[in-house]
Design a protein around this ligand. Structure first.
Ligand SMILES: O=C(O)CCC(=O)C(=O)O
Length: 274
């Protein structure tokens, strides 16, 4: 994209006025919903570039019925910012990173990675899981921003949270799977965690969830693609840990460029953002 076309894209700067109550809600519950973190116009300006990057990077070609549960959940493309200058501008947005820092109660956050999660019409549920099971990092100050790029209705698979579940930290070595769904759904019921999701979301609304918060999403029973972009942040100053499972080892190689355990989690693809 030409530089002058790029700079015509909305800057996504400016402080989002999250209240002290909202910040406290996130700390207590491990998730937060915020309306219009980006305006409909801002999202509309970035949506074509994100959609185009997803199309170029997607490697899933199997029919729905030939995929496993994870494969049915969404088309997952990652670190789009490294492949597209317009998407980079969205992922690096000061407004989003500033909110992440505010929710985590830190001065600055770094980027772990971004991912587009496009749940196809007829796409299956995203099983219950904890994100941080995948991350070789020594801090609990981690957060994902999950932002739809189109308006979502309840049948499109909106992200759903078990309130307060982050307080337990690591639960079990359970990657996203039928097993994580069975075990963690039971666990959520046994613990009596309130389960919550917005009944609808507008493009540019966002949810934020902590790395240990249990969450899932129902299948997409609508006939529209659920277009969602996510950005994962962590507190600057965190260190890489000894991988506790094979997925963490893969993440260490991919998102920390092979940094050794004990080193600052600050590779060249983990810029400070806010
Ligand atoms: O979008 C989904 O269905 C799942 C998203 C998720 O698990 C995450 O962003 O951590």
């Amino acid at each position: 994209m030409e530089t002058n076309t790029l700079t015509a894209l909305p800057a996504l700067t400016g402080h989002y006025p999250a209240t002290a109550e909202q910040v406290d809600f996130f700390a207590q519950n491990g998730y937060l919903y915020l309306p219009q973190v980006a305006t409909a116009q801002e999202v509309a300006a970035y949506r074509p570039a994100i959609k185009d990057a997803v199309k170029r990077l997607n490697t899933e070609t199997r029919k729905m019925e030939d995929r496993d549960t994870y494969g049915k959940a969404f088309l997952q493309t990652m670190n789009l910012w490294r492949h597209d200058a317009a998407v980079k501008r969205y992922v690096m947005a000061e407004r989003f990173a500033g909110l992440a820092a505010q929710l985590l109660g830190v001065e600055r956050v770094r980027l772990y990675h971004d991912q587009a999660l496009y749940k196809e019409p007829g796409g299956g549920k995203t099983p219950w899981h904890q994100d941080q099971y995948y991350w070789p990092i020594d801090t609990n100050r981690t957060v994902t921003m999950w932002m739809p790029l189109i308006d979502l209705t309840d049948d499109m698979g909106i992200l759903t949270f078990a309130a307060q579940s982050h307080r337990q930290g690591f639960l079990e070595n359970l990657p996203i799977s039928d097993q994580s769904q069975a075990v963690l759904e039971d666990y959520v019921q046994q613990q009596g965690y309130p389960v919550w999701r917005p009944s609808q979301m507008r493009a540019g609304d966002a949810t934020f969830h902590a790395g240990w918060t249990l969450h899932f999403a129902p299948g997409n029973t609508s006939n529209l693609m659920r277009e969602v972009m996510t950005i994962i942040y962590y507190a600057d100053g965190a260190k890489v840990t000894q991988p506790a499972n094979l997925n963490q080892e893969q993440d260490r190689q991919t998102w920390f460029l092979g940094l050794e355990p004990g080193q600052p989690a600050a590779s060249e693809i983990n810029p400070v953002l806010g």
